[in-house]
Design a protein around this ligand. Structure first.
Ligand SMILES: Nc1ncnc2c1ncn2[C@@H]1O[C@H](COP(=O)(O)OP(=O)(O)OP(=O)(O)O)[C@@H](O)[C@H]1O
Length: 726
């Protein structure tokens, strides 16, 4: 399958009671021409003649610049839904086609993104009276009239404060689940349960029970605000004749980015908010890294991005629904959301079709001279002779959580299956050597005896080993006998072996978790510091790292730079430095940092340095738009307003330019843009014209292939929030 870009649909929610009416954010149906919309266009919403929604090259979202009323930003997307749009319209135009894609054996990920209270849950879940994407997808799956049989299995997780919980089990019994990667690199949630559903009603039951477990809380902006990201996965197994296709639909309701000044969050909500904002920030970094072709994509920096890895630059087909809240109050958030959408739009996935043939075993040829053996069907069904048919699934299948042996069960099962495979091979051998005339039951009985003998032999061997180990450690251990006595009386050797394997596995897992915790300690500390403290700490580490790097002590420098990264995770320049030093260390090369520039305060006076505390990776103060190395993206993320840093970046020429996606992508044609009324908008703040001076400028933030670029201008932006360490 060819590459597929992530599709974007933007939806503006209606004004809620009490919200002021203003035109800060609008969907403009220009020359919207549904007639010229082709359904083959990857970002086309299809024929949609409703006044409530629109698609086509003339439709755009218009947002007045929050800092300069004379500017209007335009975001031309081909799927734009205004406040009057219905759930059915969005579903029919943008979602239903993807249901068919999933039925074809592809993984589809649909995620709702937007500021808190922008309508994500309404869009994904909806209400009984006005169902959203999720119930409609399920209905479409079961309503499909086809000769194929579709089996649907549901799993449902929430990511709450960067921990993954299974929503299909009651919270008291739901431990945090680890996210793991299988040997082909597919990410999965280990120990996640799933439930087969055979009808809309069955799904409804499972879904509504699980949804009630989701973490929801009231904020000033939303009485029922989602405090977690929720990922509902519908796994499809479509059988058509001798072919099976395995597709998946991930339906993601992200928690909304939050501005704590508006949400009025209390301390516990603030902690949730920090986790939400951090994971969304990592999502932004992933998108940015993909767009800039970065060598390392920071999927691992948050569980959310690890889980969505396949949807972002992976093998799935993606649809991003951007939910927008109307009005000037949310204008900055709206710009951030649209900025994110523009960048996401350029991500290319390489969808993979999971299809295989069911191999039906050929009928055994009848022996010419030998009488046909009598087949004991019961023994055949009960015995260990069942053989796997066809290739293994391409979809990772974590161990079922229902096992009484918990995490230890999987490896034990594997060991047993090793015995089983051996037995099967023996069976084949035996079968070949078998005198004709033996019945299937007799063959199976022999096999069973062989398997039992093998199991008994291995257990005895293991027992002997354990006895020897116990003997050799008797002198060291205080009371080995006592330890042995702690085993439940009458525990069979088989169960003992289970326990050993369980213990070994648990110890290994704990060791891994400890390593992971150690690795994340800095990040955890960084989470609780204020933005200013984070920056200061990051700066201190950078200065120290620089000193070591100058001394040629690169390994220590690298370690310190990495620690700095935990405090300023978005600093592009710092990341680059880390990569450079990693390379130097790996290849045994010397590393020479660029010479330090004069500090800002030395150049412009101390006062300026104090009010512009941004610095580069080596601890230098960054000039305000001055020539230099300030290509790093905004780094001054804080939990209140972290996405603001995406708005402006300093170009290599020292001019402020948009970071609204298009110019950051690796599609050369979108890198540059001009300014409507001269170059004024591109200048540094000192050179900017006064607000409102002259005619209104229109800035087109991104363009679809069919859209023409219009003049652009830079938004006014407090540069103090931006510069950063790089
Ligand atoms: N298209 C719509 N039509 C009618 N009401 C809507 C629409 N979109 C959102 N709403 C209403 O707006 C409010 C906020 O919506 P919702 O809870 O879906 O936001 P959210 O983005 O999921 O918020 P959070 O991130 O805080 O969970 C709700 O009362 C919801 O019913």
């Amino acid at each position: 399958m060819a590459t597929a870009k992530v599709r974007i649909a933007a939806r503006l929610r209606p004004r809620l009671a009490g919200e002021p009416t203003d035109d800060a954010v609008r969907i403009v149906h220009g020359e919207a021409s549904c007639s010229n919309v082709s359904t083959s266009n990857p970002n086309t919403s299809g024929a949609n003649t409703s006044a409530g929604s629109a698609s086509g090259s003339g439709t755009f979202i218009s947002v007045a610049n929050p800092r300069d009323a004379s500017q209007v930003f335009r975001f031309p997307f081909t799927s734009c839904y205004d406040a009057g749009s219905t759930q059915a319209e969005l579903f029919e135009a943008d979602v239903r086609p993807l249901v068919d894609v999933a039925r074809g054996g592809v993984t589809v990920t649909i995620f709702a993104y937007g500021v808190t209270s922008s309508g994500k849950t309404h869009t994904m879940q909806g209400t009984r009276a006005d169902p959203g994407v999720i119930p409609r997808v399920v209905e479409a799956l079961f309503a499909a009239e086809t000769d194929e049989t579709t089996e649907v299995t549901v799993s449902y997780i929430e990511i709450y404060k960067d921990d993954v919980f299974d929503l299909l089990v009651v919270r008291e019994n739901a431990p945090k689940l680890p996210v793991r990667e299988n040997d082909v690199g597919a990410v999965f949630v280990a120990g996640l349960s799933s439930a087969p559903v055979r009808s809309v009603e069955e799904f409804d039951k499972v879904y509504s029970t699980a949804t009630a477990r989701r973490s929801v809380g009231a904020t000033l902006l939303n009485r029922a605000s989602s405090r977690s990201h929720a990922v509902l996965t519908l796994s499809l197994r479509v059988t058509s004749g001798t072919h099976v296709r395995e597709g998946k639909i991930n339906l993601v309701d992200l928690a909304g980015s939050e501005n704590n000044k508006l949400t009025g969050n209390d301390p516990s909500r603030m902690a949730e908010s920090a986790a939400i904002n951090k994971s969304l920030s990592v999502l932004g970094q992933v998108v940015h890294a993909l767009n800039t072709g970065a060598p390392r994509i920071p999927y691992r920096n948050a569980k959310l991005t690890r889980i969505l890895q396949d949807a972002l630059g992976g093998s799935s087909v993606g649809l991003l629904i951007c939910n927008l809240a109307p009005g000037a109050k949310f204008r900055q958030d709206t710009l951030n959301t649209l900025n994110f959408a523009v960048r996401t739009k350029n991500i290319e996935n390489k969808p993979v079709v999971n299809e295989r043939e069911i191999r039906v075993p050929p009928p055994a040829p009848a022996p010419a001279l030998v009488p046909l053996p009598k087949i004991d069907l019961a023994a055949k069904l009960a015995g260990p002779t069942t053989r796997a048919v066809g290739r293994p699934s391409l979809v990772p299948r974590p161990a079922a959580r229902s096992s009484t042996f918990g995490l230890g069960a999987a490896p034990f099962a594997n060991r047993l299956s090793v015995v089983g495979v051996g037995a099967l091979k023996e069976k084949e051998k035996e079968k070949d050597e078998m005198l004709p005339g033996l019945s299937e039951a007799e063959i199976d009985a022999r096999i069973s005896r062989a398997v039992e003998a093998e199991v008994a032999r291995r257990l005895a061997e293991r027992e002997r080993e354990m006895a020897m180990e116990a003997g050799s450690s008797r002198g060291k251990s205080k009371s080995p006998k006592k330890e042995a006595k702690t085993l439940p009386p009458g525990l069979s050797p088989l169960l003992k072996r289970h326990k050993d394997l369980d213990d070994q596995l648990q110890a290994r897992l704990q060791e891994l978790e400890r390593k992971f915790e150690r690795g994340n300690k800095e990040a955890a500390l960084a989470d609780v510091l204020s933005p200013v403290s984070k920056k200061k700490t990051g700066r201190a580490y950078v200065a120290l790292a620089r000193a070591h790097s100058d001394k040629g002590d690169l390994q220590v420098a690298l370690d310190l730079y990495r620690r700095a990264e935990a405090y300023v995770p978005d600093n592009v320049k710092l990341k680059e430095r880390i990569i450079e030093i990693e390379w130097a260390v790996k290849n045994g090369k010397a590393f020479k940092a660029s010479p330090k520039r004069a500090k800002k305060k030395e150049r412009k006076g101390k006062k300026v340095a104090e009010v512009l505390p941004d610095m580069d990776v080596d601890g230098r103060v960054e000039a305000d738009g001055g020539a230099g190395e300030g290509e790093g993206e905004g780094e001054a993320h804080d939990s209140d307003d972290q996405m603001e840093v995406d708005e402006v970046e300093t170009s290599l020429t020292g001019r402020a330019v948009f970071a609204f996606g298009a110019e950051l992508t690796n599609t050369g044609s979108k890198r540059s843009f001009s300014v409507a009324d001269g170059d004024a908008g591109m200048e540094t703040p000192a050179k900017r014209p006064k607000r409102g001076a002259g005619k209104q400028r229109v800035v087109v933030i991104e363009s679809d292939e069919e859209d023409e670029f219009e003049p652009a201008a830079a938004p006014r932006k407090s540069r103090r929030r931006i510069g950063g360490l790089a």
